[in-house]
Design a protein around this ligand. Structure first.
Ligand code: CA
Length: 494
């Protein structure tokens, strides 16, 4: 499970880019607002966590501050008007505004020249001591915090992983083929047999079917054999000291210390991924803290070694995320020739009956079952790839990891464990887009008047919605899918 937030908010980055381009230029009202956003963002970083993590809160505060300033200026002007004219001109509103503006610009320039606010003011050792003081104030025992003594300087390897960008956008075919193999299916089936009693006990308690738990287990850690070899404390400290998502990882680190403090595991055995996801089902510390269960009743929650603890904890998380034990995750379907592709995506939910009426059938050609369930049509590889109807358990899977490929693969692997065959309509030759391709696609969409945001090489919500708008105008199938064919079409139109 890797629910790590994006690096600093895109909106804030865009604001800063814009501000950067304004430096040295005219001090317009727009620039002033941007500067205020920046200042309030950094003030917020120091004062409250919520504002620190919310550029929109900073924007709101900027707006409130401007309003307050305007009121203050107006009342000041009235006061000044009752004074002699020379004093009025000396302390005129204009000069005060200018002074205030210059202060803001100075502050913002400092901020831009040195974008790191807090952490880089401290050495790593000083930062660890500050963290220790905070942890002590939160009631974590001093002896537990001795684990911080062995922390080394930030791990380069963790930062390398964090900064690495794949050259190509992952395709569904490749993602699936890496995780669903005949050997993996065979192994899962054997392990389902081996742990049948335990999994039946977990199913009775949490209403999560065994083959789904085995699928999560397979994908998260290859059935417990690849849990990541990093010290969780070291990885989280590295990412918490790094300024980009400091608060998120600092919170996770404090929670990891609480887990140590409660005696669930020793610091040296608390291992996980480079991003701090722990154990055989890769829980972040906050998820462990909220959903971890002592399945074997030994008084400790050990998601590294105890299968009862591992399965109880994962089932508890899924159950509380809305999992329904009497439903499947979804299924592969066939869309009718005249299907309206603008109805695809997880946000479009309709009753099965409604999809049936639109002509969707099971992949075998049979009619959809009759059930009072809401479903979405998911196309992981665009209109030329397979189509799935995804139910509530698919949405619960997204709570575990908010990735379409992930949720489809968990569901499909669970089907395979139960004896179902491969996906029938995999794309014949799905071509990976490079990051440069996606960036070019975004630029071309922008030029054509379809706002896909700042070209960043990543296909996010805004890019998909720009693609869909373009497809609507061009009378193409509106699958919102970023493909090479679409890029070539836009290049030809240029
Ligand atoms: Ca236990």
């Amino acid at each position: 499970m890797l629910a790590v937030p994006e690096r600093r908010g895109k909106k804030l980055s865009a604001l800063e880019d814009e501000l950067g381009s304004c430096r040295g230029g005219a001090l317009t009202a727009r620039t002033m607002i941007l500067i205020l956003c920046r200042i309030l963002y950094h003030v917020g970083m120091k004062s409250t966590r919520s504002i620190a993590q919310s550029p929109s809160a900073a924007i709101l505060l900027s707006w409130l501050s401007l309003s307050a300033w305007s009121l203050f200026a107006r009342s000041l002007r009235m006061r000044l008007l009752s004074l002699p004219f020379s004093l009025c001109s000396l302390w005129s509103l204009c000069s005060l505004r200018t002074l205030f503006s210059l202060c803001c610009l100075g502050y913002a320039s400092i901020g831009l020249a040195q974008p790191v606010v807090e952490n880089q003011l401290l050495t790593f050792d000083e930062w660890v001591e500050e963290l220790r003081a905070e942890a002590l104030s939160l009631g974590i025992r001093a002896e537990t915090l001795e684990a911080l003594d062995t922390l080394e300087a930030p791990l380069e390897k963790v930062l390398e992983y964090d900064n690495s960008q794949p050259e190509f956008v992952q395709t569904f075919t490749r993602y699936l083929n890496l995780r669903v193999t005949a050997r993996q299916v065979e192994r899962g089936q054997a392990l389902l047999d081996e742990h049948a009693d335990l999994l039946a006990e977990v199913q009775a308690k949490y209403n999560v079917q065994p083959h789904y738990l085995a699928a999560f287990w397979a994908i998260e850690s290859n059935f417990g054999s690849a849990t990541g070899g990093f010290s969780v404390l070291q990885a989280l400290a590295t990412l918490a000291y790094d300024p980009r998502r400091a608060q998120f990882f600092r919170d996770q680190l404090i929670t990891a210390l609480r887990i140590l403090d409660a005696g669930h595991i020793g610091a040296e055995r608390m291992t996980g991924s480079w991003a701090g996801a722990m154990g055989q089902l890769q829980f972040m510390p906050s998820v462990f803290f909220s959903y971890g269960v002592d399945g074997d009743g030994d008084g400790r929650i050990d998601i590294w070694n105890s299968l009862p603890d591992i399965f109880h904890s994962a089932a508890n998380f899924l159950s509380q995320s809305g999992w329904q034990g009497d439903e499947r995750w979804g299924r592969e379907v066939i869309l009718p020739a005249n299907f309206d592709y603008s109805l695809t995506g997880v946000s479009e939910r309709r009753l099965l009956e409604s999809w049936r009426a639109l002509g969707i059938r099971q992949v075998s050609g049979a009619a959809l079952p009759v059930a009072d369930m809401e479903a979405s049509v998911i196309l992981p590889a665009g209109a030329d790839g397979p189509a799935f109807l995804a139910y509530g358990n698919y949405r619960a899977t997204l709570a575990y990891n908010p990735s379409t490929f992930y949720a489809l693969t968990v569901g499909h692997l669970a089907d395979r464990f139960s004896g179902s065959g491969p996906i029938q309509r995999m794309p014949v030759n799905e071509q990976a887009m490079s990051l440069a391709d996606v960036r070019e696609l975004q630029e071309l969409l922008n030029l054509a008047g379809f706002d896909s945001g700042e070209p960043d090489g990543r296909v996010g919500r805004q890019t998909r919605s720009a693609i869909r708008a373009y497809q609507e105008r061009a009378q193409l199938r509106m699958d919102a899918y970023a493909s090479k064919a679409l890029l070539e079409r836009l290049q030809a139109e240029r």
